[in-house]
Design a protein. Structure first.
Length: 73
């Protein structure tokens, strides 16, 4: 009789807290942060504009307006 494959435990992934770099497990309450304090620090950075999400402008009309503004300066 062949050996049946053993059921392995799912691995718990660990990451580093984005604010303080402390090791955090995916099962932690405040994941991906290590604490509520670090979560609030990160939220404050978003609110102050420290973090930005940039993407290319694909609308031709908007591109023309931006180019026109640059020429006027």
């Amino acid at each position: 009789m062949p050996n049946a494959p053993k059921a392995s435990k799912p691995k718990i992934k660990s990451l580093h807290c984005p604010s303080c770099k402390k090791l955090v497990k995916a099962t932690d309450e405040d994941f991906p942060f290590c604490s509520d304090r670090c979560r609030r620090i990160d939220l404050g950075k978003w609110a102050m504009g420290v973090y930005k999400i940039s993407s290319p402008v694909l609308d031709p009309d908007v591109l023309e307006d931006l180019e026109g503004q640059e020429r006027d300066q």
